[in-house]
Design a protein around this ligand. Structure first.
Ligand code: 6YU
Length: 498
């Protein structure tokens, strides 16, 4: 009887952990995880600013409800607050865009009335709903989400906003610019001009009002890791090359070559490295190189940067009930989501801040959000320079020249050599087929070579939950299941004795 083969998993993020978990639970013994860094969790990373725990990477459980495996695990490990567990919270369905209580500040130092900007927000939300309905129907009016929004707003502007005064219309368009930048953060894209219109509806949301982990997202990783055997993961062990074979009936197994020169033979290798890493290193990471369709998919898919800037104050300058602060630049009525000069005006891409709640836990702590090349540029500045620019903007927008942050901490996902950005989006020209290509094992089904030598997991390989933790987790389970069913055809379950 055939025994289960030996399996190497590359990467100890949530998808690698999920794959290892499922394989071990199903009786696989020869499983190894190789992780480039000194820690598990990858893009799930909880840090500290003073006494407060802050999420450097993944922030929320998107759609915490029964269908979300991250929610179910977090509930099982008792990591959530009572509110997140209520049926009411699980039933709230906002289509991925939580209704937070906003404060709006403008570049001329005014706090704007929410009602005064509401018409622009409403138009924007309606357009996003409309776009979500597109499902590669072909014949979309333009290639990108950015172009579509601009086109529709201009048409709508002619209609709905015909009789309003020029100053109000200009303000609405500046608010649209802010909303475009917010969507750049949500999508992890430099500009919405790079996000495909046709495939936008491919991403699916789950019901449930997004919730956080009061003791940090990494608690989920720690709980899962505590159920895995000691020594399963080799840390500080970057993989240099995956050697596989497309030759017919090649019986020799694939080999994982590590940076330290070690060569590990494996029947199956599950690759979970981020798409950003694949984009940069695919040519050296695979021998022979990846088949062309897979390579083109890696090049076509989008993987941009979304970073956070945590800023702590000794007193709030926002309303007590405020959950999100928007910064509206009054010179941006051209509906822009990119800045012309990175060095001088990168900070204009900062959309504003979410407010960390409750105050008793976080004090007066804000999380700034910034996407795109401006975000990548921000990473090259010193913490002091970032603090200076953020302080200047806050003083300008509040009209209060004395506001001074106490502390600051920012993420640097683009310069993280093992991630090279934040998460995946479907760029223009992408379709569902690209996600299928991403998850396809090597060699392809048509080949007569040893099957399932290289398998692919990670958020970029989920057909509708890409860019999320639950998506990544499900792909780890999916690839484990692929191997489980492969071996169950060799090792049929014992028949019960009659
Ligand atoms: C979520 C959220 N969230 C914010 C920010 C980021 C992400 N996500 P990993 O990278 O974890 O693991 C790979 C490992 O491989 C890693 O440990 C490497 O060190 C290792 N490795 C690499 N190269 C190697 C080598 N050569 N050898 C060995 N090892 C190697 N997700 O659910 N809620 O709030 C956010 C957010 C700033 C950066 C997020 C969020 C994304 C998740 O963090 C991410 O998907 C998973 O953790 C990835 O796990 P993994 O195992 O695949 O890789 C319409 C439309 C809209 C589309 N988007 C809407 C949804 C919005 C997404 N939300 C994001 C928002 C935030 C704020």
């Amino acid at each position: 009887m055939a025994t289960n083969g030996n399996i190497v998993i590359i990467g100890c993020g949530i998808s690698g952990i999920a794959a290892a978990h499922k394989l071990l639970k199903n009786g696989f013994r020869n499983v190894k995880v190789l992780e480039a860094t000194a820690r598990s969790g990858g893009r799930i990373k909880t840090g500290r600013l003073g006494d407060a725990l802050v999420e450097i990477g993944a922030n929320w459980i998107h759609g915490p409800s029964e269908e979300n495996p991250v929610f179910c695990l977090a509930r099982q490990y008792e990591l959530l607050e009572p509110k997140a567990l209520t049926p009411e919270n699980q039933a709230i369905d906002v289509g991925g865009h939580p209704h937070w209580i906003p404060n709006f500040f403008s570049s001329s130092g005014q706090k704007l009335n929410t009602e005064d900007v509401f018409p622009a927000q409403e138009v924007f939300a309606e357009l996003l709903d409309e776009i979500s309905e597109f499902q590669n129907q072909k014949g979309e009016p333009c290639a990108s989400v950015g172009e579509f929004i601009r086109l529709k707003v201009k048409e709508g502007e002619a209609e709905k906003w015909k009789y309003i005064d020029p100053a109000t219309r200009s303000l609405y368009l500046c608010v649209i610019s802010n909303m475009l930048k917010v969507e750049c953060c949500v999508n992890g894209a430099h500009s919405l001009d790079e996000v495909g219109l046709g495939a936008y509806g491919q991403y699916k949301t789950l019901p449930g009002q997004d919730c956080t982990f009061p003791d940090g997202f990494e608690g989920l990783v720690k709980n899962l890791m505590s159920e895995l055997p000691d020594g399963l993961v080799t840390y500080n062990c970057p993989v240099r090359c995956v050697h596989w074979s497309d030759a017919e009936k090649n019986k020799t197994s694939a080999v994982v070559e590590c940076e330290n020169g070690e060569r590990i033979p494996a029947d199956h290798i599950i690759v979970t490295v981020p798409l950003g890493y694949l984009k940069r290193h695919h040519s050296t990471l695979f021998r022979p190189p990846l088949p062309l369709h897979k390579l083109h998919t890696i090049q076509r898919l989008g993987f941009g940067t979304n970073n956070k800037i945590f800023v702590e104050f000794d007193a709030p300058w926002w309303d007590a009930d405020c959950e999100v602060i928007h910064l509206i630049w009054e010179d941006e009525d051209a509906m822009v989501d990119q800045v012309p000069d990175l060095q001088r005006s990168w900070i204009k891409k900062l959309i504003g801040f979410t407010v960390l709640k409750p105050t008793e836990r976080y004090g007066h702590l804000l999380c700034g959000w910034i996407a795109g090349h401006e975000s990548e540029y921000m990473e090259t500045l010193s913490e002091l320079e970032v603090m200076r620019d953020v302080t200047q903007v806050i003083r300008r927008f509040t009209g209060n020249p004395t506001i001074t942050p106490q502390r600051i901490l920012r993420s640097q996902w683009f310069h993280d050599p093992w991630t090279c950005g934040s998460y995946t989006h479907l760029a223009t020209g992408c379709s569902e087929q690209d996600l299928e290509n991403m998850m396809e094992p090597l060699p392809s089904k048509k080949s007569k070579a040893q099957p399932l030598q290289v398998l692919f997991a990670g958020e970029a390989t989920h057909h509708c939950f890409f860019s999320t933790v639950h998506g990544a987790l499900l792909t780890g389970w999916r690839e484990a299941d692929r191997l489980i069913s492969h071996y169950s055809s060799f090792n049929p379950p014992e028949l019960p004795k009659s």
